[in-house]
Design a protein around this ligand. Structure first.
Ligand code: GDP
Length: 709
């Protein structure tokens, strides 16, 4: 009923109301910084209301328009909605009156703000990655009555994918929860922990507001007297503008070379920086040095007016002081900060072609005015932006996003997108058509690019885990505690599904083929989670364990990734303490575990945001103090123990109900099975882990994988 009345009203707006151009087409004053901001949030959380309110509060609405809209609502007996302002803008767009209402302009005290419309997140992602839209910052809106939802998490993940670093969170509809500070703090801690953990994003402010009533938008009101932070307008004003092309190093991709008499004129558009006559430049990728002799102009001007300087945005022709070979596609670069010459690069691409992009796929890569043949050498982090579910396999489907390494047929000049957004982009052609485009993450494929967050890195040997730079141990612990509370109500299968949704990035499950591990692997095999399965082959496992490993791979049709000790460390260990030195002292045993298990594990967990293990409370007194989800602050990850609260009986029942392959040693009295020399069967009545390192003191027998170092 209400909906149809609202639809009627909208129709009337479309017929009667126009808002003048002044609102959104006025050019920004040159001296004021411009910040492009995307507002994201779930439908109905109040995006349009906030935008309407901001337009009003920032004083950009023409006189009388607001009153006209209010009067129209009153005539219809409808409560006034701030979103009607946007409908009115939409009307103008439909009538072709305004140039572009998907970009709404506002003025704060010191900034010109462009609010970018984010129609749907897949579209937004495509526009951003392919360069159709650029956001320097984001406002994430959360409805206080609903809290953090899946969609909120997805939007956070998208901002992370795009490397949008500045995020303001507004908790809207505070009026509907009676401006309750306690509830606000709960949502605030959940969303900040979520953004920090895995997404590597820090909220510059979390602001309680009522977009409809205006509290917290431009003014502090008595309803929010307990809130001391900035208003939305003040926080918008504090966003840093992106570095302007003028502030970056000189890049001029050469478009054409013209020969006039004996002069060779290099023509192109200056993408960033500026050039002066007599500047030293490098022609990349060859790295040839020269000096700018002239900047040409037509018709040939009086000598006093011959240009000596040109800057970003201008198309120019230049001559150099010496005869060097320059080709179309070369990049004239500042000699002090040249573009990189690359034959391999890593890019985050949006794939448009109906046929998926696979490893080994042949494409043409275009960067600036250059192009080269390319072969896709690796694909990682492929996701469906609609679901934000991992594609798992090494392909990127149509309209999906993923990171690719490209081997180029020749050296091209480029920059990473974080160094220079103007030149750090690649366009991909496939079967003669433009098939994708993206951001250049790194000019050395497989080199980590911290700006885009941690990601799996197969080739590098990472000695020590590096916790996410912006996640404090407190945030990690808060997130773990929240997850533990959530997981308590769920089954192990649901816990795994939920973990995948709550944690973006790499998740690792380590198996030693124990009963718990077999159950978890079985549950994972039922889901499309993209969770990595690893095992640590110490070199001293039982033959039965190796047989079970092979049998498990066959049953689930997968290859389990094995990590081995570093050979130099192992040789040094044996040199020091002999092949069975671990029997001599707990220290010698610890040294063996460190080389054979702990160090390989650290490599396996490098870059992971979460780690799944088969720990159960019942296994030992030490393990009883753990929980369903804990914060491993040293490794900077969440540890999920999905079977933590299961009894041995539950475990056995599941194994037999699903006919899971298990280690035949269990039938001979072995419980927890590790390396052969260090594991024995249990005597009747002994606790579960009594069969491990039986010559040591019972209470602290851990190898270091699960106990803090
Ligand atoms: P959008 O889909 O995110 O653009 O959401 P809208 O701006 O259209 O808002 C959805 C509904 O929430 C509308 O009925 C608004 O009136 C209502 N709404 C938005 N902000 C507030 C608020 O601060 N308080 C209350 N009570 N309702 C609000």
């Amino acid at each position: 009923m209400l909906r149809s009345a609202a639809a009627e009203l909208r129709k009337e707006i479309h017929m009667n109301v126009q808002i003048s151009h002044r609102l959104h087409t006025s050019a920004p004053a040159a001296a004021r910084a411009l910040v492009r901001i995307v507002i994201v949030g779930e439908v109905d959380h109040g995006k349009s209301t906030l935008i309407g309110r901001l337009l009003h509060e920032a004083g950009g609405l023409p006189d009388g328009k607001l009153d006209a809209l209010k009067a129209m609502s009153a005539r219809r007996g409808m409560p006034f909605e701030w979103s009607f302002l946007l409908d009115a803008l939409q009307t103008e767009r439909d009538q072709g009156i305004t140039i572009d209402t998907s970009q709404i302009r506002l003025r704060t005290a010191t900034r010109d703000i462009v609010l970018i419309d984010a129609p749907g997140h897949a579209e937004f992602l495509r526009n951003m990655i392919t360069g159709a839209a650029q956001a320097d910052a984001a406002v994430l809106i959360v409805d206080a009555t609903e809290g953090v939802r899946d969609q909120t998490r997805r939007h956070g993940y998208i901002l992370h994918l795009l490397g949008v670093r500045q995020v303001m969170v507004v908790i809207n509809k505070m009026d509907r929860i009676d401006f309750d500070a306690g509830k606000f703090r709960e949502i605030e801690s959940e969303i900040t922990a979520h953004l920090a953990l895995g997404l590597d994003l820090t909220a510059v402010a979390v602001i309680p507001i009522s977009a409809r009533n205006g509290d917290g938008v431009a003014r502090h009101t008595s309803s929010l007297a307990w809130y001391r932070g900035p208003t939305v307008l003040a926080a918008l004003d504090a966003f840093a503008p992106a570095r302007q092309p003028h502030d970056l190093a000189l890049r001029m991709p050469v478009q054409a070379i013209y020969k006039f008499d004996d002069r060779r004129i290099l023509a192109g558009r200056i993408e960033s920086g500026h050039m002066r006559v007599d500047d030293d430049i490098l022609v990349m990728p060859a790295g040839k040095r020269a000096r700018i002799k002239s900047i040409e102009a037509w018709p040939v001007p009086e000598s006093s007016q011959v240009p000596r300087v040109a800057s970003a945005g201008q198309s120019v022709g230049i001559t150099l002081d010496r005869a060097i070979l320059v080709d179309r596609g070369d990049v004239i670069s500042a000699a002090s900060h040249p573009a990189a010459g690359v034959t391999r690069l890593r890019a985050r691409v949006f794939w448009l072609h109906r046929r998926p992009l696979a490893v080994g796929g042949r494409i043409t890569a275009r960067i600036g005015t250059a192009e080269a043949g390319g072969v896709v050498a690796a694909i990682e982090n492929a996701v469906d932006p609609g679901l934000l579910a991992s594609d798992g396999a090494e392909v990127i489907g149509p309209n999906h996003v993923g990171d690719i390494d490209i081997d180029l047929s020749r050296t091209l000049a480029t920059d990473s997108h974080t160094d220079n957004p103007n030149t750090g982009r690649v366009v991909l052609e496939f079967e003669g058509r433009i098939a994708g485009g993206g951001l250049i993450l790194s000019t050395q494929a497989a080199a980590a690019n911290p700006a885009y967050g941690p990601r799996p890195n197969r080739s590098a040997a990472v000695a020590a885990p590096v916790p996410c730079a912006h996640t404090t141990p407190q945030q990690l612990s808060a997130k773990a505690a929240a997850l533990a509370r959530l997981f308590a109500r769920l089954s192990p299968a649901e816990r795994l599904v939920r973990l995948r949704r709550e944690v973006a990035g790499k998740i690792v499950f380590t198996t030693s083929f124990g009963l718990e591990d077999q159950v978890i692997l079985h549950l994972l095999s039922q889901q499309e989670s993209g969770i990595e399965v690893l095992t640590l082959d110490t070199g001293r496992l039982f033959p039965e364990t190796y047989a079970l490993w092979a049998q498990t791979e066959r049953r689930y049709g997968l290859r389990i990734r094995a990590l081995y000790p570093r050979h130099a460390d192992l040789e040094a260990l044996i040199e020091r303490q002999g092949i069975n030195g671990f029997y001599h002292s707990p220290a010698a045993r610890g040294a063996c575990c460190a080389v054979r298990k702990v160090e390989p594990l650290e490599r396996g967990l490098a870059g992971a945001q979460a780690w799944i293990t088969g720990l159960r409370a019942e296994q030992s007194a030490h393990r009883r103090n753990m929980a369903l989800a804990t914060a491993d602050t040293e490794r900077g990850l969440i540890k999920l123990n999905p079977l933590f609260d299961w009894t041995r009986e539950q475990l056995h029942m599941f194994v037999s109900d699903h006919d899971l392959p298990v280690n035949p040693l269990h039938a001979q009295g072995f419980a927890s099975i590790g390396c052969a020399p260090c594991t024995r069967a249990l005597a009747p009545g002994e606790p579960e882990r009594a069969g491990r390192w039986w010559w040591e003191e019972e209470s602290k027998k851990e190898c270091g994988l699960h106990s803090h170092r």
